[in-house]
Design a protein around this ligand. Structure first.
Ligand code: S3P
Length: 432
């Protein structure tokens, strides 16, 4: 385990292109593996999670070629995944673990076993097993709900599935399975969640329709995706945004950040708290299913913050950035409350517990609630020591807290950042 001391920054200045999007990269590799024509992916994220996805699709019969400016994937085809001779290792990647079975479920009569690291073995798969079973596939999970688990494919039936929680991973899993079903499949979400899968399917020529909270995908014979361009990751950019907002005197320019409205929740919340983050966020497009991903430059400056309440509807649009909302809350005037975020308990760690314990250890006044947390702003943070518990976002949270703290922060387990952002510390140093 690597312990890294992050000293307070005097001010942060400069330009930064955040790493490319993890969610979109996973989807690009999986959809390319489901296609037969070669797909050129520009800007595929080179990080531990997305490398697990490349390894997985290669084991399923896709050929992955790394060229200087692009990755070329020659897929196995919708119904022709090869059966590996040992379990597929998803590493730490929850998105891979929950999306890939959507493809595997349609491999009639063939069985695939998925497993991963200790954190993955604590993350539930019953949420995808239920809809896939309704479609006719079989999922045998450890204790009925955990990895390792085996997916046995079938000739799939179309369904109308009401998601019990707003989860883009579960929605995406069902939409991928829908491509090989015997009719149109509809997924209804309780609240909008990230829509990268819908956009990429639309770009691949699939009939995808949205009607309010209902998304319908028609079966397809093939995917036709020639080229995918991966934008900067809004979730990774959020760490630099938080640092720029919190460290007095800072001014940062972030380039090529994905501004898909389903991923911009953090910037909207931060702006509501008074943060200066200039740039064009995408407007909600209504029922139109766009086939592209928008980007913008974001111009960030430090300034005073006030507390806010984040309500359940907003949670899926900022799900991975809620730890940073807690951090902003420590520096704000008044209380910051996050409600309706019980899903945080099922992330790489129980992020309600690890964020509350971690920030408490740095001097914050924060407490856990059943479905989120409540922070009382004290205008700053003392600093101290935080354990990442193997969670990339917690490691980076600790480092940003260090930059903005009075005494600095030692992050135990900083190496976890490599799951989504291998160059994180170097990028932070470049802004000092
Ligand atoms: C993701 C969806 C979210 C998010 C995760 C990535 C995705 O999970 O927390 O980091 O790429 O679809 P849920 O769908 O489980 O909320």
């Amino acid at each position: 385990m690597t312990s890294v001391r992050v000293d307070p920054a005097e001010r942060l200045r400069g330009e930064l292109a955040p790493p490319t999007d993890k969610s979109i990269s996973h989807r690009a590799a999986i959809l390319a593996a489901m296609a037969v024509e070669p797909v050129s992916i520009r800007g595929y994220l080179d990080a531990a999670d997305t490398n697990s996805t490349l390894a997985a699709v290669a084991r399923l019969g896709a050929i992955v070629e790394t060229r200087p400016d692009e990755l070329v994937v020659r897929g196995a085809g919708l119904r022709n995944a090869a059966v590996p001779d040992a379990p597929i290792d998803v590493g730490n990647a929850g998105t891979l673990m929950r999306l890939l079975p959507g493809w595997l479920a349609s491999q009639d009569g063939r069985a695939f076993t998925l497993d991963g690291d200790d954190s993955i073995r604590r993350r539930p798969v019953d949420r995808i097993a239920e809809p896939l079973a309704l479609m006719g596939a079989t999922i045998d999970a450890t204790g009925g709900r955990l990895p390792p688990f085996t997916v046995t494919g079938a000739h799939l039936k179309s369904i109308h599935y009401e998601l019990p929680v707003a989860s883009a991973q579960v929605k995406s899993c069902v939409l991928l399975a829908a491509l090989a079903a015997d009719g149109a499949t509809t997924v209804s979400e309780p609240a909008p969640s990230r829509d990268h899968t819908e956009r990429m399917l639309a770009a691949a020529g699939v009939a995808v329709h949205r009607n309010g909270r209902h998304v319908t995908v028609s079966p397809a014979d093939a995917l036709s995706l020639e080229r995918i361009e991966v934008p900067g990751d809004a979730s990774s950019a959020a760490f630099a945004i938080a640092a720029g907002v919190l460290v007095p005197g800072s001014r940062l320019l972030l380039q090529g950040v994905g501004t898909n409205w389903t991923r911009s929740g953090f910037v909207r919340i931060a702006r509501r708290m008074g943060a200066i983050v200039l740039g064009d966020l995408e407007d909600e497009p209504g029922d139109e299913v766009l086939a592209t991903e928008p980007t913008s430059e974001l111009d960030v400056a430090a300034g005073p913050l006030v507390g806010t309440t984040v309500v359940a509807e907003e949670v899926p649009l900022a799900i991975d950035e809620l730890p940073l909302v807690a951090l902003l809350g420590c520096f704000a005037e008044g209380d910051t409350v996050v409600e309706g975020a019980q899903e945080l308990r099922l992330k790489e760690t129980d992020r309600i517990a690890t964020v509350v314990d971690g920030l408490c250890g740095l001097g914050a006044t924060i407490e856990a609630t059943a479905d989120g947390f409540a922070v009382t702003g004290t205008g700053g943070l003392r600093g101290g020591r935080i354990d990442a518990h193997g969670d990339h976002r917690l490691a980076m949270l600790g480092a940003v807290a260090g930059l903005a703290s009075r005494d600095g922060v030692v992050v135990d387990g900083m190496e976890a950042a490599a799951v989504s952002y291998p160059g994180f510390l170097a990028d932070v140093d470049s802004l000092r």
